[in-house]
Write a protein that binds this ligand. Structure first.
Ligand code: GLY
Ligand code: MN
Ligand code: MN
Length: 429
């Protein structure tokens, strides 16, 4: 849980950056229609959540540094007993002041009348420009009813704060990673030829929820055989075949914080010889990539380490021909390793934060969390590749916290060596 005090501290830091003549306007997420009058599960906007923790749609958070009657205001839905009977509870204005520390709260239906007055005299308007076109237009409308103001994108500063995780955020991310590791183990135990990918997805979701994480952080990828060569395969509809590998990329969400873990294992519980060889190249690349992580290292050091080993592996397996250094230079490896080795992780699975600072790759600092996820993908239709390697997609992905002295793998409980995976699978049913 993120405490009220921590949410207050986040707002305070943001307002200190904004300065005294400004106002920030941040909308909640909206409910999304799935079909006719049913909606997708509601997921709060990460920036909005970061600043207040209020989990309802149709809300707008306002920060007004230095305002005499309180610098934190919310526009949100009014209580309505009939609507609440049909659709669920609402905090209302009093609830937002009592439970979420807002100094003032107003019905969101009155925002057009009230907000221009609050914007009056504020020279800088901070908002997430471009994130929501419809909301941008509303801001311009409110602005024309107030004094002239300059609009500045709040995302850069806010996202830089979000890149550094606090102790309580790390605790939630560790929990998300531990629950996800349990889910990967359960998937290994349950997998066998004849099941369908979506049935393994069900095992993952079962473990997430049973362990206290109601939602996955993103749609689970359960990709057997050639399907694993589609990087974001989410159809999850094929039958698991004896002799194929199964690549799972799945992570739980805990209090909106994500885990993002990939593991690859044989459907029948035993790696074949070619599978062992290719798997061990990816594992070697992943371990070497993780080892580069420490304060002061460049964020792309893991990628460079992984590319070197994967390219060497591709040459030794006979999949690529030539000198490793030239194959790296002319990016020949990209035919079989076409993505980066990682990304920031946090409230969003592909979390916010710049990867470049002043044109240079960002330097790692304690509190940052990134994934390390090398892979090799050799589809059935690959040209000039021996048959034994075809139809394999292997990704191994962990969530890594940068610590004072190096790194801590939050997802370490998910087995990844061949003996550890085969041991787990031999215990399954
Ligand atoms: N799960 C998406 C990714 O690994 O980036
Ligand atoms: Mn990832
Ligand atoms: Mn992933």
């Amino acid at each position: 849980m993120i405490s009220k005090a921590e949410f207050a501290l986040r707002r305070k830091r943001l307002m200190a950056m904004m300065g005294s003549d400004s106002i920030a306007i941040l909308p909640s997420a909206s409910e999304m229609t799935r079909s006719r009058d049913t909606e997708y599960s509601f997921r709060q906007d990460s920036d909005f959540h970061y600043l207040c923790g209020f989990n309802e749609p149709e809300a707008v958070l306002i920060l007004i540094p230095g305002r005499k009657h309180g610098d934190y205001i919310m526009f949100n839905r009014e209580r309505d007993l009939v609507k609440e009977t049909w659709h669920g509870r609402r905090a209302g204005q009093q609830g937002v002041m009592d439970k979420f520390n807002a100094a003032d709260a107003f019905p969101v239906d009155d925002i057009d009348d009230i907000l221009p007055g609050l914007m009056e005299g504020r020279e800088t308007i901070y908002c997430a420009i471009g994130a929501n076109k419809e909301f941008d237009e509303r801001i311009i409308g409110w602005l024309s009813g107030a004094s002239q103001g300059e609009i500045i994108d709040i995302s850069h500063a806010l996202h830089d704060f979000r890149l550094y995780k606090s102790a309580s955020e790390i605790k939630l991310m560790r929990k998300a990673a531990e629950i996800s590791a349990k889910a990967h183990i359960r998937a290994m135990e349950k997998a066998r030829p004849g099941l369908y990918e979506y049935q393994i997805e069900a095992e993952l979701l079962h473990e997430f929820a049973t362990s206290g994480a109601r939602f996955p952080a993103y749609n689970s990828i359960v990709a057997s055989g050639d399907n694993a060569c589609i990087l974001h395969y989410v159809e999850n509809e094929s039958e698991l075949k004896d002799g194929d590998l199964l690549m799972i990329d799945a992570g739980a969400e805990v209090d909106l914080y994500a885990a993002d873990i990939s593991r690859t294992f044989p459907v029948n519980g035993r790696f074949s010889e070619p599978q062992k060889i290719m798997y061990n190249w990816v594992l070697k690349a992943q371990l070497a990539a993780i080892e580069t992580i420490k304060p002061g290292a460049c964020w792309n050091a893991p990628h460079e380490a992984a590319v070197k080993i994967l390219t060497k592996g591709l040459v030794e397996m006979g999949i690529l021909k030539g000198k490793v250094s030239s194959l790296i230079k002319n990016e020949a490896y990209k035919a079989f390793y076409m993505h980066k080795t990682g990304h920031w992780l946090g409230l969003d699975v592909h979390d916010v934060g710049d990867y470049q600072v002043g044109g240079e790759p960002r330097v790692l600092e304690p509190g940052m969390v990134l994934t390390v996820e090398p892979g090799l993908y050799v589809p059935l239709n690959a040209k000039k590749v021996a048959k034994r390697w075809k139809g394999m997609g292997i990704r191994i992905e962990d969530d890594v916290l940068v610590t004072k002295n190096g790194f801590d793998v939050l997802s370490k409980n998910a087995p990844k060596t061949i003996p550890d995976i085969e041991a787990v699978m031999s215990k399954g049913n």
